[in-house]
Design a protein around this ligand. Structure first.
Ligand code: AMP
Length: 437
């Protein structure tokens, strides 16, 4: 279905053509008509599905048509007053806020609307100046918004459309109270669009209290996208992972790679190793300042660095067009995270490659991933650091024994002395590893 069939106005269609969008994504196809009818929306969708355009396009259209009608009725705004804010988008992170702002700029390039992005961690001066000049659409993170509301630089009394983006992540990040404080200040009579990748009971309850007869739209992790991604599995020992990564990244056909680690320290370690090997990279994670994160992301987007190393929390929401490779340096504990990670590549019809490293301890995670995606990731054996798929996991202290008697390992790790300290996962791993040839 082309965008025209969604009754989108010409200036936006022109902008979408400029962006190279040929047809709406499933969430856009479902959500745009609902929003244009001024209905409330409950959207179960994550970044990567095109959800930003699913709300940004109809918001621009509704505000443009309201303005046209106002002008028609002769209700011109006075020149001395700033424009009242008519749409508010609350999103949990600065990265997401910036990306949403870029979307409004892109889709609204031929419309005469002003948008502003505000977030914390930077001086408020230019944000306050822009607010004084007047904006139609405000994109904000909750903390800075409340701060500026308390200082009376933001007036939300004229909000017509409110978007709560990534509600589940707001909860994870401890922003729900702030969100509720903001909601208390916007008009009860409004249109609300609520997006969340998951719907835990507390989020469902929040949705219930702030939405009015919403239409529910659900888009599961885009399996079609996942199918378009070339997935590769590298069995490698933990010690050889740094060398394998360097070896792979020496291939210059890898234009841009997002490397995932489980921990912040892991991300820093990987970047240091890459730097030593002369491969420019940057890490983004929660311990980095907002500015450092944004710089790293900008350098990556503008292709000044090829490799970005990130933890899952930091990477969630990162939107980089035409990302060619995702590398799972460490497999995630939660299999769904694998799907989210690799969904960063292969966006919007482009092909992508997802390479996953699996060491002996990660086989339980791999098994869970295979179960979730319903297939086995093809194994790459032609690389300089192969580890046999059957290599049993032996705790470090037992390394000597492993070489002296391989048969003694049919139950080598039943003591649970895993490097990760045992835990629920270890059982799964044991079972998987227990199969002997
Ligand atoms: P989002 O889920 O909003 O983060 O969007 C994911 C990516 O898809 C962004 O890079 C968008 O620019 C891109 N995108 C959104 N809608 C479309 C579309 N209809 N056609 C092609 N690309 C799109």
């Amino acid at each position: 279905m082309p965008f025209q069939q969604l009754n989108i106005i010409e200036p936006i269609l022109k902008a979408l053509k400029h962006e190279g969008y040929s047809k709406p994504t499933p969430i856009q196809e479902q959500a745009i008509p609902i929003v244009l009818k001024r209905r409330d929306l409950l959207g179960c969708a994550q970044t990567g599905t095109g959800k930003t355009a699913a709300f940004a396009i109809p918001i621009i259209q509704l505000l443009v048509s309201d303005e046209v009608q106002q002008n028609f009725r002769g209700e011109h705004r006075g020149h001395t007053h700033p424009k009242p804010i008519h749409a508010l988008i609350l999103t949990p992170t600065r990265e997401l806020a910036v990306q949403i702002g870029e979307s409004f700029a892109a889709y609204g390039r031929h419309c005469n609307l002003k948008h502003l992005v505000i977030f914390g961690g930077v001086s408020q001066h230019s944000q306050v100046e822009a607010l004084k000049r007047g904006v139609d659409i405000l994109v904000a993170t909750p903390g800075r918004l409340l701060d500026l509301m308390n200082q009376r630089f933001v007036n939300l009394s004229q909000i017509k459309i409110f978007v709560l983006d990534e509600a589940d992540r707001m909860l994870d990040m401890g922003f729900i109270n702030d969100v509720q404080k903001v909601i208390a200040k916007i008009p009860a009579k409004r249109q609300t669009l609520f997006f969340s990748a998951t719907m835990p009971p507390i989020i469902a309850k929040l949705a219930d209290t702030i939405l009015h007869e919403p239409v529910r739209v659900e888009v599961t992790p885009p399996s079609s996208t996942v199918d378009a991604i070339k997935q590769q599995l590298y069995y490698v020992t933990k010690n050889d992972k740094p060398s394998l990564l360097i070896h792979l990244l020496k291939d210059t056909s890898i234009q841009s790679a997002l490397v995932f680690t489980r921990t912040k320290h892991g991300a820093d370690r990987v970047t240091r190793n890459l730097e030593k090997a002369g491969i420019k990279s940057a890490a983004i994670h929660g311990n980095k300042s907002q500015n450092a994160r944004q710089n790293a992301l900008n350098n990556f987007k503008t292709k000044q660095i090829r490799v970005l190393v990130a933890t899952d929390i930091a990477a969630r929401g990162i939107d980089v067009d035409s990302l060619s490779h995702v590398i799972n340096y460490e497999l995630p504990n939660v299999p769904e995270t694998y799907v989210h990670r690799i969904g960063r590549t292969g966006r919007a019809g482009l092909t992508g490659v997802a390479m996953s490293f699996c060491d002996a301890e990660e086989r339980g995670e791999l098994k869970d991933i295979h179960k979730l995606i319903g297939k086995q990731i093809p194994v790459v054996t032609e690389h300089p650091y192969p580890m046999s798929a059957d290599t049993p996991f032996v705790p470090a202290v037992d390394n000597r024994k492993r070489h002296s008697n391989s048969n003694s390992h049919s139950k080598p790790h039943s003591g649970g002395s895993s490097h990760k300290g045992g835990g629920g996962n270890a059982g799964g791993k044991k079972k998987f590893w227990g199969k002997k040839g």
